[in-house]
Ligand binder design. Structure first.
Ligand SMILES: C[S@@+](CC[C@H](N)C(=O)[O-])C[C@H]1O[C@@H](n2cnc3c(N)ncnc32)[C@H](O)[C@@H]1O
Length: 276
């Protein structure tokens, strides 16, 4: 007899300042959202690695995972405004090295791949290492120090705030020599964003796969999001993207199937709102 699928959690909504946090299945929630209502989507879905999430079982067959994510991609395209951006953070693994690329091939029917950013979590420059990484104990594989951030848009023609989100010139003589109006250049497609050092699991909010707030901040800055922008994270986890939205006065919408993570997201967001 076929095993009965576990009941999906009931959808629960909580408003917090200009934000809405939703406990529910992302596909179901997305299907009910208004078309063309979101400016920027920043998210990191489960990577199908078998991570120990509290309620989600992170181990589907590869085809099932790709079908599921493609369906979610289609819904994201529907809710995204014509000039919107979708920043999709994902990584491969030694056991599934093709997965991010397979997913991009699937999403090709739905989106244009406008930029491909490499998020560097740790790097060795000469003999000095910066940032932290999980060491891989292997004769075959090197440590994985990076993840992908795919910047997907409807047509590949979204105008970005590349200079505003950029960095100052190191060699200031470039400013006059090249006729730049200001001391800023595009940051490029390689972002070094290390994790903060933590001593205990609690400081990572008892969640196995968070990203640092600087990552969604960089995505929102590149898109040029600001006060009043609508920012969606359909796999909100502990609410990191919503924190980044709050810090620029945007409206965040976060969805996660796990009630505990939604509670954590509410606590983190309340603390940021209270500090401001
Ligand atoms: C990689 S984590 C996101 C972490 C987040 N970026 C953060 O910084 O906390 C992926 C999240 O997706 C959630 N998730 C998995 N399947 C889901 C589904 N069907 N609907 C909603 N959320 C889901 C998991 O509970 C997990 O918190």
């Amino acid at each position: 007899m076929k095993a009965k699928a576990p009941a999906l959690p009931r959808t629960v909504r909580r408003a917090l300042g200009p934000h809405v946090l939703i406990r529910g299945d992302t596909l179901r929630v997305l299907r009910r959202m208004e078309a063309q209502s979101v400016d920027v989507v920043v998210t990191s879905p489960p990577y199908n690695l078998g991570l120990a999430y509290t309620s989600y079982r992170d181990r589907r067959t590869e085809d099932d995972y790709l079908d599921w994510m493609t369906e979610i991609g289609g819904e994201i395209a529907r809710v995204m405004k014509p000039g919107g951006s979708f920043f999709l953070n994902i990584a491969g693994s030694s056991s599934q090295p093709w997965l991010p690329f397979e997913l991009m091939v699937r999403l090709r029917t739905v989106f244009a791949l406008q930029n491909h950013i490499t998020w560097v979590k740790s790097i060795a420059i000469d003999d000095v290492t910066h940032g932290h990484f999980k060491p891989v104990n292997s004769h075959r594989f090197v440590n994985r120090n990076h993840e992908h951030v795919f910047h997907l848009t409807h047509q590949g023609d979204v105008r970005l705030a590349r200079i505003a989100a950029g960095v100052p010139f190191t060699d200031k003589s470039n400013i006059v020599r090249r006729g730049h109006a200001q001391d800023r250049r595009c940051r490029g497609d390689t972002w070094f964003i290390p994790y903060e050092t933590v001593q205990a699991k609690r400081q990572k909010f008892d969640h196995p796969g968070t990203f640092p707030v600087a990552l969604p901040q960089a995505c929102l800055a590149l898109h040029g999001a600001g006060p009043g922008s609508v920012v969606l994270d359909p796999f909100m986890g502990t609410g990191t993207t919503l924190l980044a939205a709050e810090l620029i006065g945007a409206h965040g919408i976060g969805i996660d199937c796990d009630l505990g993570y939604v509670r954590t997201a509410c606590e983190r967001l309340s603390a940021v709102i209270a500090r401001e």
